[in-house]
Design a protein around this ligand. Structure first.
Ligand code: ATP
Ligand code: MG
Length: 325
């Protein structure tokens, strides 16, 4: 595809994230339906061109577990990334619509994400860096694919410059300023799987949506835990009054920084209550959420876990499941 903005007809807004928005569009010359991500970037033209060059790697990412890439272009002042459209959207949208997700589906999600991560790392030496339910997409053919991985170092930098996003899917070692490794993605997968199986973010109370699964504030890896709330966070608090986290059991409300401290200092969340889920599922999630990254396995090793092996051979019909919502 030789993509130009004039050839894309807007059809529908699919969602908004921290860095921009995503629209369903039609590439009129070919009739192809795509998802167009518009990334707002405040960077010099030379940097934008560099980002565009780096994004081309996505053309070589060919896996059934990775969203296909159609192309990217600059549409001043934005960068537009056109990718495969997934008609059932992201898994966060799905569980918010239908409630907690069947553990057999969650097992298929684990398998797909591990396959995707293993492909990205083994073939391209790419670490995803942003595994969370909104970056795991589903379609009516029953396919599960990951998107929004960190292909472009320059894009990661630019986004970090324009807004500093911190996500609470972040592993304890990352919060403490360590480098990203594939094992950080494994932690994020563990948190995401609990969220899908319980139908809520694991660090939040039952059904109010006062979780902190996403947060934009000023936190930098080199200065991970400032003691006080930042000005940006205070503004946020004003705008969205109830953006505190209520820990399970207690009625305590936490700020984002307290939550990050909690992730570092307290035992990791688990698939609870005990006995509600298969033993292998509990054990798989526990092994994703080992706080010591040296003890935590890589995606490739986790593909050998019995729960995941069972998911691979199970005849659970994802396409039939997709037709129920
Ligand atoms: P963040 O910006 O914090 O990473 P996010 O992942 O929700 O959050 P975006 O990546 O901008 O933000 O995506 C916004 C929404 O658009 C997603 O939640 C998802 O529901 C939808 N979306 C993204 N890509 C696609 C796609 N290829 N097909 C269908 N829907 C998509
Ligand atoms: Mg996303």
């Amino acid at each position: 595809y030789d993509l130009r903005n004039e050839d894309l007809r807007d059809m529908q807004e699919l969602g908004q994230g921290n860095g921009g928005s995503v629209k369903k569009v039609e590439h009129v010359p070919t009739g192809t339906i795509m998802a167009k991500k518009i990334v707002l970037i405040d960077a010099k033209p030379s940097v934008r061109k560099q980002i565009l060059r780096e994004l081309q790697i996505m053309h070589d990412c060919n896996s059934e577990y990775i969203i296909s890439f159609y192309g990217a272009f600059i549409s001043d002042p934005n960068i537009c990334i056109c990718m495969e459209y997934m008609d059932k959207g992201s898994l966060d949208g799905i569980y918010k619509k239908i409630g907690a997700i069947d553990i057999d589906v969650v097992a298929k999600v684990a398998l797909a994400v591990l396959e995707g991560l293993t492909y990205l790392y083994d073939v391209h030496r790419i670490i995803h860096r942003d595994i969370k339910p909104s970056n795991i997409l589903f379609n009516s053919r029953g396919q599960i694919k990951i998107c929004d991985f960190g292909v472009s170092g320059e894009l990661i930098n630019s986004i970090a410059d324009t807004f500093v996003g911190t996500s609470t899917y972040m592993s304890p070692e990352r919060i403490q300023g360590a480098q990203y490794t594939v094992k950080s993605d494994v932690w994020s997968l563990g948190i995401s799987l609990i969220e899908l199986a319980l139908g809520r973010f694991p660090f939040s109370d039952s059904d109010d949506d006062s979780d902190l699964s996403d947060f934009e504030g000023t936190l930098s890896p080199s200065h991970p835990l400032p003691p006080k709330r930042t000005p940006i966070e205070r503004d946020k608090k004003k705008k969205r009054k109830s953006k505190g986290v209520s820990l399970q059991g207690g009625g305590m409300t936490m700020s984002i920084l307290e939550l990050l401290q909690h992730i570092v200092n307290e035992p990791a969340p688990r698939l609870t209550p005990e006995g509600r889920f298969p033993k292998e599922a509990e054990e798989f999630v526990d092994s994703c959420l080992l706080k010591d990254p040296d003890a935590r396995k890589t995606p490739k090793d986790l593909l050998k876990h019995t729960w995941v092996e069972h998911a691979r051979t199970s005849n659970f019909d994802l396409e039939a499941w997709a037709s129920t919502f």
